[in-house]
Design a protein around this ligand. Structure first.
Ligand SMILES: NC(=O)c1ccc[n+]([C@@H]2O[C@H](COP(=O)([O-])OP(=O)(O)OC[C@H]3O[C@@H](n4cnc5c(N)ncnc54)[C@H](O)[C@@H]3O)[C@@H](O)[C@H]2O)c1
Ligand SMILES: [Zn+2]
Length: 350
C-alpha cells in the first residue's frame, strides 16, 4: 500500500507499506552516494541489508534511548563529513525511533539538508516516528528539545523486520497505536482502528499488523498534510506525551520505554478528563481496559509529583507558564485545554 504525504505547504513524502522492501532496498537507489545510519544491534541482525552499502558509509551508533544525544549527533556528523557527504547524497536510516530521529536531524542539518529515506524496524517507528518528519535528540533538560521538521523523501515499511523484535518492544509500539485509536475521530472522522483493537484478540491483531500500520500511517499522514509544523491540529498526536516525556526524563530514559510512558500519560490525561467531567466513567474504563489489554500499564514507577509537574511545565507544550494539555473528550476524540489548574493536574498523576 502507498500513502502519500503532500502537505498544504507542498512538502511531499511517500510511504510504502509492503513486506520484503528491506531485501530490495537497492532498487530505490540511483546514481549518488547512500549513507546508512543504524545501530549496533541491527548491524548484527541484518548483515544482508548492511552489505548493500559501501562499508565506509555505514555508521552504527550505540543502542539505547540514552544515546539519542548531542554526543551521538556529533559522532554521526563527523563521520558523514569525513566520508565527504555531498548535497545530492542520501541518508538511509535503518532502525527504531532513536536511529530515525537522530538520522533525520543529521539529514536535515548536514550541508543544510540532504535527502533521507527511513526504513523503520520497530512497530513504533513503522506506525509513528518514521512518518511526518519530526527529528531530534534529547538533552538533560528534557526529551527532543533539539530538533527539526524534516520529512523523509521515502518511508519504506517492511513488517518482516518485526520478526526479530522482542515482545516487549512490540508491545511498546502498540502504545502509540492506541494513541491513534483514541484520537482517530478528531484526526480522520473514523473509528476503524479503535473498534478493531477493541473487538479483536491480541493474536488476530498481530496477524493483521500490516493493516494496523496502514491505518496508523494514514491517520498520521492526514494530520501532517493539514499541519506539518504543529501550529494546531498536529498537537493531537501528542496525547499522553507531556506526561510521558516527564516520566521518561525522570527515569533518565532507562527504566520506562517511550510507549509505556505515553500509555501511562494517556491514563493520566484520561483521569484528568474524567475528574473534570469531560468524559464519563464508561469511556474512562474503556481506555484503561484497552491499555491493560496490551499490558501497557504494568510498569508504573513511582515518581515525585513535584518533579513531574516541574518537567511538564518545562516541556515545549507550555505557553505563558500554563500547562497545555490534550485530553480525551469523547470516544476517539481529544481537545487541547490550555489552563489546567494545578490541583487537577496533581490529582491525575500516578
Ligand atoms: N519523530 C517522531 O515523530 C517520534 C514519534 C514517536 C516516538 N519518537 C521517538 O522514538 C523513540 C522510540 O523509538 P523505538 O521505540 O523504536 O525505540 P528504539 O529505537 O530504541 O528501539 C527499541 C529497541 O529495539 C531494537 N530494535 C529495533 N528494531 C529491531 C528489530 N527489527 N529487531 C530487533 N530489535 C530491534 C533497538 O535496537 C532498541 O534496542 C523515542 O526516542 C521517541 O522520542 C519519535
Ligand atoms: Zn510518541
Amino acid at each position: 500500500m502507498q500513502i502519500e504525504i503532500n502537505t498544504i505547504d507542498n512538502v511531499r513524502s511517500e510511504i510504502i507499506v509492503e513486506k520484503g522492501l528491506g531485501e530490495k532496498i537497492e532498487t530505490f537507489f540511483d546514481n549518488r552516494k547512500y549513507f546508512l545510519i543504524t545501530n549496533t544491534t541491527l548491524q548484527k541482525l541484518y548483515p544482508n541489508f548492511i552489505k548493500k552499502f559501501d562499508k565506509n558509509r555505514v555508521i552504527a551508533i550505540e543502542d539505547g534511548e540514552e544515546y539519542k544525544n548531542f554526543t551521538t549527533f556529533e559522532f554521526i556528523i563527523k563521520k558523514l563529513l569525513e566520508q565527504k557527504i555531498e548535497r545530492k547524497d542520501c541518508i538511509v536510516a535503518l532502525g527504531g525511533g532513536v536511529v530515525g530521529d537522530l538520522a533525520g536531524f543529521c539529514a536535515s542539518s548536514i550541508l543544510r539538508g540532504v535527502d533521507l529515506i527511513q526504513v523503520p524496524t520497530t512497530l513504533l517507528a513503522m506506525c509513528d516516528s518514521s512518518i511526518g518528519g519530526k527529528t531530534g535528540f534529547n538533552t538533560e533538560f528534557g526529551k527532543n528539545l533539539v530538533g527539526s521538521f524534516y520529512l523523509a523523501k521515502k518511508v519504506l515499511i517492511d513488517s518482516t523486520f518485526l520478526d526479530t523484535l522482542s515482545d516487549y518492544q512490540y508491545k511498546c509500539g502498540l502504545g502509540e497505536v492506541l494513541k491513534y485509536a483514541f484520537i482517530e475521530k478528531t484526526a480522520s472522522n473514523k473509528t476503524d482502528l479503535f473498534n478493531f483493537l477493541l473487538d479483536n484478540t491480541k493474536e488476530k491483531i498481530r496477524d493483521n499488523i500490516d493493516k494496523i500500520i496502514e491505518i496508523s500511517a494514514s491517520i498520521k499522514a492526514q494530520v501532517v498534510n493539514k499541519d506539518r509544523l504543529e501550529g494546531g491540529l498536529r498537537k493531537i498526536l501528542n496525547l499522553g506525551h507531556t506526561y510521558g516525556h516527564a516520566f521518561e526524563t525522570l527515569s533518565n530514559y532507562k527504566n520506562i520505554s517511550h510507549g509505556e510512558a505515553v500509555s501511562l500519560g494517556i491514563k493520566c490525561a484520561s483521569k484528568l478528563s474524567y475528574n473534570l467531567n469531560l468524559i464519563d466513567n464508561n469511556y474512562y474504563q474503556q481506555i484503561i481496559f484497552m491499555l491493560n489489554k496490551f499490558e501497557l500499564l504494568n510498569n508504573e514507577p513511582k515518581f515525585d509529583k513535584i518533579a513531574i509537574i516541574e518537567l511538564m511545565k518545562q516541556d515545549k507544550k507550555v505557553v505563558n507558564n500554563k500547562i497545555n494539555l490534550l485530553v480525551p473528550t469523547a470516544p476517539c476524540q481529544v481537545e487541547l485545554f490550555d489552563n489546567i489548574d494545578l490541583p487537577f493536574l496533581e490529582a491525575s498523576l500516578p
